[in-house]
Design a protein around this ligand. Sequence first.
Ligand SMILES: Cc1cc2nc3c(=O)[nH]c(=O)nc-3n(C[C@H](O)[C@H](O)[C@H](O)COP(=O)(O)OP(=O)(O)OC[C@H]3O[C@@H](n4cnc5c(N)ncnc54)[C@H](O)[C@@H]3O)c2cc1C
Length: 395
Amino acid sequence: MPDRSFLAWPFFEERHRALAADVGHLSGISVSPTDHADVDATCRRLVRRLAEAGILRHTVPAAYGGASERLDVRTLCLVRETLARFEALADFAFAMQGLGSGAISLFGSEEQRSAYLPAVAQGRKIAAFALSEEAAGSDVAALATKAEPDGTGFVLNGAKTWISNGGIADFYVVFARTGEGPGAKGLSAFIVDADTPGLSVVERIALIAPHPLATLRFEDCRVPRARLLGEPGQGFRIAMATLDVFRPTVGAAALGFARRALDETLTRASTRQLFGGALAELQMVQGKLADMALAIDAAALLVYRAAWAQDAGSERITREAAMAKLHATEAAQAVIDDAVQLHGGLGVVAGHPVERLYREVRALRIYEGASEVQRVVIARQILAAHAKERAQGLP
Ligand SMILES: Cc1cc2nc3c(=O)[nH]c(=O)nc-3n(C[C@H](O)[C@H](O)[C@H](O)COP(=O)(O)OP(=O)(O)OC[C@H]3O[C@@H](n4cnc5c(N)ncnc54)[C@H](O)[C@@H]3O)c2cc1C
């Protein structure tokens, strides 16, 4: 049985505790285990199932068919953690509906929200977030895809890569250079329907733990002005504010993987007999189990602190979100590595739960800002806060 004691923490309200129980129950019966042979079909099916179960309602605000007035980050984290414990692709399908439509929820006009968000919640449209380029991954401000004004709209030219849901998405939120200022100051965000002439999927990318991923090309791809999100030049702010909401949820997915790894290991260590007793009776093994549990609780505290802080106020929570993502993903990798080790040979058998987790957790330390980038973000935040205090003459 997974540890649920964290649900008693003061970060949560009763509705969160009830939701965690519901999603856990539904996950057990409807999303696990899944077929990884055809990831496109599996992801489409998972989106439908999550919609039917009402779980996708948590990815959009209530006015557009969602479950709460605005995106509730504690809910997003609890759902991701729970789904990830059962099935990585179910977590992926849920997360991408949120991330792919997040900029619309946060910055969209009434018309844009009405056109896309209900369909996301009902699983009728699959969403994607297209920021990264071959030469602009960590260095977002270097992105080169251009959007040039043209009569009543913009014409996009360039390429995006590493785009999750690329190939199966019905629309992409695309970030492109409109040139209002240098670097990050000259970007804008657009909603681009997948069937827009000039947009094509030029390459599908296979991963160590499969999920739909592609490179997109834009060739004289015309987008009406009504599909511009916010104002021209706001693209970087829109991207970063969206990532602030979703970064803690990447930590939550990592937490789900880590909890599953610990559960598998506790079962194995308690039942595996060697040297005349259970593996779990060896003190060096107990030391590892204790470190795994400690890493998980520390990660959970950071994830749910960030989620609670985001829900409690309107300020951006850049530092807390970066800390949650950084620590939880790094900790999960270490926990899962220990889980593989304590399973011995079984841990590296293809298809064993801990072997799958070992592959599934790896990308989380890279996407939505690699761990090194999170460290830079945290350092900048604390240095800026320190400089402000010094300027105010505080000791
Ligand atoms: C599975 C997966 C799914 C993805 N999904 C999406 C998506 O849906 N939409 C999207 O837009 N993008 C997506 N990405 C792209 C992802 O955000 C980028 O891969 C990530 O930002 C890193 O960029 P890069 O791959 O170009 O690596 P690079 O920018 O080349 O960085 C390589 C490495 O350099 C190190 N590094 C980078 N910056 C610093 C620094 N400042 N200081 C020290 N070290 C540093 C890090 O270790 C980093 O991993 C996805 C990526 C993966 C792997």
